[in-house]
Design a protein around this ligand. Structure first.
Ligand code: FES
Length: 112
């Protein structure tokens, strides 16, 4: 069973966390099952960027993003080459290391 290491995030998991994931579930599903409440303003329908994460390790094991996800990601705060929308990124058979960005676009537009 792959594991996901979530790097420390002040709000969602201050100490960081290591969680078990089921192959085939999304990163956000594994997070939420373990009380890591990544934002999901569009209820996980690939219509916002608040669930943006950066996959520091294991990126290649994820199914590739589709065009819609890539279009949404372009709007994300702090976009990096290994960025994904965690509601669209499906866990494969490898462990992942995931960073939750400091801000979401909602917070940036609120003036942080
Ligand atoms: S929750 Fe909106 S795109 Fe993932």
């Amino acid at each position: 069973m792959p594991q996901i290491i979530f790097l420390p995030h002040a709000e969602h998991c201050p100490e960081g966390a290591v969680v078990d994931a089921q192959p085939g579930e999304t990163i956000i599903a594994a997070a939420k099952r373990n009380d890591i409440d990544i934002e999901h303003a569009c209820e996980m329908s690939c219509a916002c960027t608040t669930c943006h994460v950066i996959v520091r390790e294991g990126f290649q094991s994820l199914e590739a993003s589709d065009e819609l996800e890539d279009d949404m990601l372009d709007k994300a705060w702090g976009l990096e080459p290994n960025s994904r929308l965690s509601c669209q990124a499906v866990v494969g058979d490898k462990d992942l290391t995931v960073e939750i960005p400091k801000y979401t676009i909602n917070q940036v537009s609120e003036g942080h």
